[in-house]
Design a protein around this ligand. Structure first.
Ligand code: GLU
Length: 478
């Protein structure tokens, strides 16, 4: 059997992290087995259609490396891959199910259904199979008369429906708990119940990998496979991704989409690596995986049943690992736009990259870390006190005057020249380097903590701005 998996999102306008994990597992299982990964857009719920929503899905999957072999924008032998373009297939299948006794036409009006609901005191009620008893002739007459109808699944009332899920094990649901739900709506569009079965069959999907919210309705879908004489796929239902012990990770809480994480300065490789481990255990202590390594290591046996809690700190840690592992050139290239957007052009990127690479965890920390280069923050003279170097505001005045004099003399204002001149100055003044460099760094940055020291900061600011900042400190100290 050729392994064929699919990712079947609804076009909601964003790709939820839980959805991306489903796509990832489906991709990994297909690729591990040399099979096909298919993208199918489930857009039969037309109210939810969001413009550009499909583009976001295509872009995210390609961006993260989850390249699909078949899909709406790439084609394939089993298309179309957008459900709204497969309407006739659902209609034909629904009629076939009626022929086989597994479904029936229903003409019940909204008012009748509403009345059932009211008679039950407003409680949720199951459809009462009212139209199941209509004769073939009556059905034909009412259709010919142009009456609106839906097609409902005909589910028995006794016994249980069972199947084995690869993650959750044996699932058994009493038929009495099920309802004769709609398969084909009055506008000719299928519901999920019908469409997922028709598509998975005709697209030759071997393994259905999806969220566990479908776990208990799958027996109903299986009845459709059985009625049509189709082979059931293998089922792998995935545990939910949680925000905490009780709440699911959701768009409502602000940060559940892939694009949000990218917008917050995370690397796509880190996001993919992190979500791979959300619900799947490689069986050893490894934590850092490329997509290729994941493909190699992935195994359905490692999928856990229990909900996984999304741990932002862990993702941040992992992101930092990816940043540190980058070679300097790649880092510089990727960091450049963030540097420019936080401090503008004109700063030496090599120096900045060297300073921030060991320190940032996400791209968005760059602005916070180097913003002082563009605007000197407000600070107060207490910053000039420092125990370790025995610095005081008084001593700072002497050090800054001397430093300024030397710096003004420099022709080349680069790290090496500044370094040599400051070391020589400390020697001449017979003070420790720290006593000279502490006040200089405060004056240049206005901050107690900076990436890099006074020398790199001076080189980044350039001579004129460095002198201006020293003068400002001297006027504050006088
Ligand atoms: N459109 C469904 C969803 O987004 C797909 C479920 C499935 O994979 O079958 O939840």
């Amino acid at each position: 059997m050729r392994v064929r998996t699919r990712f079947a999102p609804s076009p909601t306008g964003y790709l939820h992290i839980g959805g991306l994990r489903t796509a990832l597992y489906a991709y990994l299982w297909a690729k591990k087995n040399g099979g096909d990964f298919i993208l199918r857009i489930e857009d039969t719920d037309r109210n939810r259609l969001v413009e550009d929503a499909c583009e976001i899905i295509y872009r995210t999957l390609k961006d993260t490396g989850l390249v699909y072999d078949e899909g709406p924008d790439v084609g394939g032998d089993y298309g179309p891959y957008i459900q709204s373009e497969r309407k006739q297939l659902y209609i034909d299948t629904a009629k076939e199910l009626v022929e086989r006794g597994a479904a029936y036409y229903c003409f019940c009006t909204k008012e009748r259904l509403q009345k059932l609901h009211e008679d039950a005191g407003g409680a949720a009620v199951k459809y009462d199979k009212h139209c199941l008893s209509l004769s073939k002739e009556e059905v034909e007459r009412r259709i010919a008369a142009g009456e609106e109808y839906v097609i409902r699944q005909n589910i028995g009332t006794e016994g249980t429906a069972e199947y084995d899920d690869l993650v959750y094990g044996h699932i058994s649901v009493p038929l009495a708990d099920m309802e004769d739900q709609i398969l084909l709506k009055s506008d000719g569009m299928p519901t999920y119940n019908l469409a997922n079965v028709v598509d998975d069959h005709y697209m030759k999907i071997s393994h259905v990998i999806r969220g566990m919210e479908y776990l208990s309705s799958t027996p109903k879908y299986n009845m459709l496979y059985d009625a049509l004489g189709w082979e059931r796929p293998v089922y792998i239902h995935l545990p939910p991704v949680m925000k905490d012990k009780t709440r699911k990770l959701s768009k409502r809480y602000g940060d559940a989409s892939y694009e949000d994480f990218i917008g917050k300065g995370y690397l796509k490789e880190a996001v993919i690596n992190y979500i791979a481990l959300l619900g799947w255990n490689p069986g050893d202590n490894r934590e850092i995986f490329t997509l290729e390594e994941l493909t190699e290591a992935f195994d359905l046996k490692g999928i856990s049943k229990s909900p996984s809690i999304f741990d932002n700190d862990k993702l941040t840690w992992m992101n930092a690992e990816y940043i540190r592992a980058m070679d300097d050139e790649t880092f510089k290239k990727k960091a450049a736009p963030y540097v420019v957007s936080s401090v503008g052009e004109g700063f030496d990127l090599d120096i900045i990259a060297g300073l921030i690479k060991p320190r940032i965890e996400t791209w968005n920390q760059i602005g916070e870390m180097i913003g002082f280069l563009r605007d000197l923050p407000e600070y107060d003279t207490s910053f000039f006190f420092n125990k370790k170097t025995k610095c005081t505001p008084e001593k700072s005045v002497d050090m800054l005057i001397a430093a300024k004099e030397e710096l003004e003399k420099l022709r080349a204002f680069d790290v090496v020249s500044i370094h040599d001149s400051m070391i020589a100055l400390a020697e001449k003044l017979e003070v420790k380097n720290g006593l000279l460099l502490w006040p200089l760094r405060i004056a240049l940055s206005g901050q107690l903590v900076t990436p890099g020291g006074a020398i790199e900061i001076a080189a980044l600011l350039g001579k004129e701005e460095s002198i201006r900042r020293i003068d400002k400190a001297l006027s504050m100290l006088s």
